[in-house]
Design a protein around this ligand. Structure first.
Ligand SMILES: CC(C)(COP(=O)(O)OP(=O)(O)OC[C@H]1O[C@@H](n2cnc3c(N)ncnc32)[C@H](O)[C@@H]1OP(=O)(O)O)[C@@H](O)C(=O)NCCC(=O)NCCS
Length: 374
């Protein structure tokens, strides 16, 4: 019998990657060797996309090309807009996104699976995902879809497409940083799902769809929305300590805390906490941030658990007044950069991913005719 690994594959190294690395003890994250703190301070999402896909920061010329490609590819085919329109009133956001990402395969102009075509497909997926989300939001609220502008980057264009108004530069940059922070995170569940699908040589869209599907659950991407629900439920900062203690006493999990890899502060949460505080002040709504801080203090004191990336993102998105059911889709909009990079890396050095299982069912036994059962 094969060795049995820890439940949830803990501690198993299931792939080699050059794309990102986590040091869970030190609380550090690197994209191709660059510290996430440096990237959050200096890099745009477009630079990060190039870095994840080419493992080097872009030159000025490469960056201009990346920006131009992403802008050109962000315009949605009318068929996709029609599909989103017909789903918008009756289907939830992550289901619409998953369906639209899958349907986008039918509209892709590249019909081969060469590395060059796969890079183009990757950039199309990255460019279109935020526009799918913004279009969904516009159409379900009875507004017209807004075409992306060719003078704005991915982050500003998303906020523009969502609201029809150009965001101020600081808000656009804050959202850009959120996209940088969420762009990749080694072999998390959705990236693993993408690589498992890619390892069967399923196409780029199939593997990306598997990733979106896997992100949906509350133990992964769905946690941000659950944090928002928790903050709403708590209501005001002074109620946070009692609320948290009650949940912990009932052995319930507090969303946005704990992590399989980090055993200290998640470096992304540190940056997001700062953004949440500033945006709260800028938009005159500090309740989310203030409540989050009290929750964090109580969870750390009572349970010694650190906040993960999703905890302060809920306050960031609440300050930006983004609809809560778009939080997980926005995670996908950023992580599409990492997923597609991992899918390409898997194709480049592939072997089918097929683990063993440990059988714990009944011993071999004779067939029982129907009339002798029960
Ligand atoms: C992220 C997560 C799924 C990691 O799970 P994991 O590595 O399997 O860790 P476990 O669920 O086994 O947790 C280990 C211990 O910490 C506790 N714990 C972990 N996260 C907790 C949380 N958010 N609230 C309260 N207790 C928590 C568990 O109850 C368990 O305690 P026990 O040993 O007394 O039973 C888990 O921490 C979690 O469910 N967090 C909330 C959801 C979330 O924020 N997800 C986003 C992740 S980025």
């Amino acid at each position: 019998m094969a060795d049995t690994t820890g439940k949830g594959l803990e501690g198993v190294v299931a792939a080699q990657t050059r794309i990102s690395d986590v040091d869970g003890r030190q609380g550090r994250l690197f994209y191709a060797g660059y510290d996430i703190a440096d990237l959050a301070a200096h890099a745009t999402f477009e630079e990060t996309i190039h870095l994840l896909h080419h493992l080097e920061l872009p030159t000025a010329a490469e960056l201009s090309e990346t920006v131009a490609t992403l802008r050109a590819e962000s315009v949605l085919d009318p068929l996709l807009v029609d599909l989103i329109d017909s789903l918008a009133q009756r289907t939830e956001a992550m289901t619409t996104l998953r369906t639209a990402v899958s349907a986008a395969a039918a509209l892709d102009p590249d019909d081969d699976r060469s590395p060059e075509a796969n890079l183009r497909k990757a950039y199309r997926l990255i460019a279109r995902t935020p526009q799918i989300i913004a279009t969904y939001q516009r159409l379900r609220t009875g507004a017209d879809a807004v075409e992306p502008r060719d003078d704005l980057g991915v982050a500003a264009n998303f906020l523009y497409a969502l609201t029809g108004k150009q965001p101020d530069p600081q808000t656009a940059r804050d959202f850009d940083v959120v996209l940088v922070l969420y762009a990749d995170h080694t072999l998390n569940a959705s990236t693993f799902a993408a690589r498992v699908a890619a390892a069967t040589l399923a196409d780029m869209y199939a593997a990306a769809t598997a990733a979106v599907a896997t992100l949906q659950g509350p133990l992964h991407g769905g946690a941000i929305e659950e944090v928002r629900e928790m903050l709403e439920d708590i209501g005001t900062p002074d109620r946070a300590p009692g609320w948290v203690r009650e949940r912990l006493a009932a052995r319930q999990k507090i969303m946005g805390f704990g992590h399989r890899v980090y055993k200290t502060w998640d470096p992304r949460a540190t940056v997001l906490r700062g953004i949440a505080e500033r945006l709260g002040r800028q938009f005159g709504e500090t309740r989310w941030y203030d409540t989050s801080v009290r929750v964090q203090e109580t969870v750390m004191a009572e349970k010694h658990l650190y906040p993960n990336v999703d905890f302060y993102t809920a306050s960031v998105y609440s300050a930006l007044q983004l609809p809560p059911d778009l939080y997980t889709p926005l995670f996908a909009a950023s992580r599409m950069a990492g997923w597609t990079a991992h899918i390409r890396e898997q194709y480049a050095d592939n072997r089918l991913i097929r683990p063993d299982s440990e059988y714990i069912g009944p011993d071999p036994r004779p067939w029982q005719p129907l009339e002798s059962r029960g």
